[in-house]
Design a protein around this ligand. Structure first.
Ligand code: AMP
Length: 293
């Protein structure tokens, strides 16, 4: 895999890397398409990383369909797919792992202890295996994106991390490989996630400055579905993920809830009237990526 990507770089092509756990859907396809549009060589990785699953989580039953995944990769124009067996990535329990730092202990990390250490360990390995590249991740996993940006910066990976918008079903549900766990009633109830987020975003955009009130509104919207078991609903700073008790700039609105055996997460960003948007606030100004393919 590395040799192929070295050859692409030697030929002057920029490498676009799309790390996934497979069971690909339109959300993944959008990342591959974005990489295809911006890079000369596109590599997808498919690896269900045991390190990021807790002991009571869904590792064993996580959905898999390699043949279909390979078709989607081919259809979307990926040049290369890396699909290592677990033993190739880890020979037993790894003795050396990467710590995601304090931001890994809140929100998703509080509900899933060790999850982000598992994520950054596998992503560090994938970055090292792939070499210099642009790596495409979904905003759907907002905290993961923050953690991976920090990983790349803190450990000086020659990787430009690119965040991509969340792809949704027509009724607003964020696409996720885990949506297959939803029964009919749960699938209908799961719409409450985006509904709650949209209402909260509207409130922020309409001038509501009380972050707690915004979060409580989201919590109520999700909990109004009897089959929903809310995990968290928060209004936080998009960069630090610290609670935004008083909203003064762009905020990340994020929710997590269980619907039957499916634990789903979703988020949107919202900007109060008169403030600059999240891209501008991050100093990127929403500018297109520069450079050759
Ligand atoms: P996963 O296979 O769930 O680990 O996801 C692989 C990558 O696809 C991650 O960067 C996710 O954030 C991204 N992703 C998953 N679902 C979506 C979606 N609905 N829209 C955009 N990106 C997504």
């Amino acid at each position: 895999f590395r040799a192929a990507l070295d050859a692409a770089r030697a030929a002057g092509r920029t490498v676009g890397l799309v790390p996934t756990m497979g069971y690909l859907h339109e959300g993944h396809a959008s990342l591959i398409r974005r990489a295809r549009a911006e890079c000369g060589a596109v590599a997808v990785t498919i690896f269900v990383n045991p390190l990021q699953f807790g002991p009571a989580e869904d590792l064993a039953r996580y959905p898999r369909d390699l043949d279909r995944d390979l078709e989607i990769c081919a259809r979307e124009g990926a040049d290369l797919v890396f699909h290592p067996p677990v033993e190739e990535m880890y020979s037993g329990d790894p003795e050396v792992t990467v710590s995601a730092g304090p931001i890994a202990g809140i929100l998703e990390g509080a509900s899933r202890p060790g999850h982000f250490d598992g994520v950054v360990t596998v992503v560090a390995k994938l970055f090292n295996i792939a070499g210099p590249c642009r790596a495409y991740f979904g905003e759907k996993d907002a905290q993961q994106l923050v953690v991976i940006r920090r990983l790349a910066r803190a450990l000086d990976f020659p990787v430009e991390v690119v965040g991509c918008p969340t792809v949704r079903e027509p009724d607003g549900l964020a696409m996720s490989s885990r949506n297959v766990y939803l029964g009919v009633e749960e699938r209908a109830a799961a719409k409450a996630l985006k509904r709650g987020l949209d209402r909260a975003a509207k409130a922020v955009e309409g001038g509501e400055r009380d972050g707690r009130r915004v979060a409580e509104g989201m919590a109520r919207a999700v909990s109004s579905e009897v089959v929903a078991r809310l995990d968290y609903a928060v209004c936080v700073d998009p960069e630090t993920l610290a609670e935004a008790a008083e909203i003064a700039g762009p905020v990340l609105l994020a929710v997590a809830a269980r619907f039957g055996s499916a634990r789903l997460i979703d988020n949107v960003t919202a900007t109060p009237p008169g403030a600059r948007g999240p891209d501008a606030a991050r100093g990127h100004g929403g500018a297109a990526i520069q450079g050759g393919r």
